[in-house]
Design a protein around this ligand. Structure first.
Ligand code: GLU
Length: 468
């Protein structure tokens, strides 16, 4: 069994011993409920390529199942199974009412043209359709490593071609472009959720004292590994809203460092324009690829792929907190070693759940056929305006124009999405933290998060009376 799947199973087993869930039910929760493996041909020019692909629905205890689709040359069945299982626990922790799923297509999206990618995506979607593995009430894909809004738009278009007249068709996939029935705030959601989770943790006085830090995010040093969708949004939000100091970044082109804090918005703009960090003036390049991972810092944020911190490099990690923005960035050995060393690890299964949370909001928007804020925004504005008028009249004082504008402004879709995401991440954080604090032998947040998830899923099964 692959290291990654083993590590998910191990976290599960570790947590299971702290619950009194029936053994049979535990086994049912643990295993993948359905695995679909396909090889399909795609024509590229004059030749054909056979493509290996998967969709795993880990748990049907709630429907639809939900989870991203990964495009990567290293995709394999066990990796998709591990990721699908994480989705089940993630959804349970943040009370997103879905089972977990994940898809994988074994291709390198960097080597394919847009046309080729579109072909692969449409064919993959057709394969899912043929087996009833996609649909608003069945299984709802989303972006993951190597995919994004464009791919989601192709999936929707293919789905709609075959499902003419299906009222809720748009809810068959999330992470769509805003103009194609997506939702504002989905792109930044995972990174923003990571920031909210980290911020909550860093407010805890006792935890910060143990780590030798003062509470709060302001001025704390951070290293981010991976500036993809998750890492780049996290870095920007941590820099702008958390006033954190991002001192290092690791990307494919190497490690970059600035002890005074990198100007993240400038770096992201530069990278977007030039396609590389190389040549950006505000940083110094370190000699080896991963050097920034080993910098002295308060928080290390692995935000790319699984297994980046392993037995070979774990001893070099000097961070006090590891915020798992990616899925499974620590191998089991690294997890054990760093936990024992006293490093605080904020687990993926909670911390990166912001993506699927906003996917849930997008799905709600699609099945309700109305944009959040549309109905009540003007009413709110008028109501607040009247309140201010009244206060001015009673007190005889005037509220400044700026304050007035701020108070009156009704909530737009983006405000509602961010507020819902913050509420979700904060509530889930304290649920997990409560378990961590109250259970005597639970000494890591990952186990606490898994216990939280298992209890919720077991309750669902019991309510379904599948296990009377
Ligand atoms: N791929 C993302 C994850 O790993 C998002 C899944 C979704 O939005 O359904 O959580």
């Amino acid at each position: 069994m692959s290291e990654f799947l083993k590590s998910v199973y191990r976290s599960f087993d570790k947590a299971a011993q702290f619950t009194n869930i029936h053994k049979g039910l535990l086994e049912q929760i643990r295993v993948s409920n359905a695995v679909y493996r396909i090889n399909f041909p795609v024509r590229f020019g004059n030749s054909y390529r056979v493509i290996e692909a998967y969709r795993v629905q880990h748990s049907h205890h709630r429907l639809p199942t939900k989870g991203g689709i990964r495009y990567s040359p290293t995709v394999n069945q066990e990796e998709v199974e591990a990721l699908a299982a994480l989705m089940t626990y993630k959804c349970a922790i943040v009370d997103v009412p879905f089972g977990g799923a994940k898809g994988g297509v074994k291709i390198n999206p960097r080597e394919l043209s847009d046309k080729q990618l579109e072909r692969v995506t449409r064919r993959y979607t057709m394969e899912l359709l043929r087996r009833n593995f996609i649909g608003p009430a069945i299984d709802v894909p989303a972006p993951d490593y190597g995919t994004g809004p464009k791919v989601m738009a192709w999936i929707l278009d293919t789905y709609m071609t075959f499902k003419i007249g299906e009222l809720n068709a748009a809810a068959c996939v999330t992470g769509k472009p805003v103009a194609q029935q997506g939702i504002r705030g989905r792109k930044e959601a995972t990174g923003r959720g990571v920031y909210y989770g980290l911020r909550e943790y860093m407010q805890l006085k006792s935890e910060m004292k143990r780590l030798g830090l003062t509470p709060g995010t302001k001025g704390k040093t951070v290293v981010v590994q991976g500036l993809g969708n998750v890492g780049s949004h996290f870095a920007r939000i941590a820099h702008e809203e958390g006033e954190m100091k991002i001192i290092g970044v690791v990307e494919m082109e190497g490690s970059f460092y600035n002890p005074d804090g990198i100007d993240i918005p400038a770096l992201l703009r530069y990278r977007k324009e030039k396609g590389t960090i190389e040549g950006f003036e505000g940083v110094q390049k370190l000699p080896k690829q991963d050097d920034a991972l080993y910098l002295e810092c308060d928080v290390l944020v692995p935000a790319a792929l699984e297994g980046v911190i392993h037995s070979g490099n774990m001893k070099k990690i000097k961070a006090k907190i590891i915020a798992e923005a990616a899925n499974g960035p620590l191998t089991m050995e690294a997890d054990d070693f760093l936990t024992k060393k006293g490093v605080a690890i904020l687990p993926d299964v909670y911390l990166n759940a912001g993506g699927v949370t906003v996917s849930y909001f997008e799905w709600l928007k699609n099945i309700s056929h109305v944009r959040f804020g549309r109905l009540e925004k003007r009413f709110q504005e008028q109501h607040s305006g009247q309140m201010i008028d009244l206060i001015e009249e009673i007190t005889g004082k005037r509220v400044t124009k700026r304050d007035k504008q701020f108070i009156i402004k009704g909530a737009d879709e983006i405000d509602i999405v961010r507020s819902g995401l913050e509420e979700t991440m904060v509530t889930a954080f304290y649920q997990v933290y409560e378990v961590f604090k109250r259970r005597k032998h639970v000494n890591d947040l990952r186990t606490a998060a898994f216990i939280t998830a298992l209890q919720k899923i077991a309750n669902d099964y019991l309510a379904l009376r599948i296990f009377p």
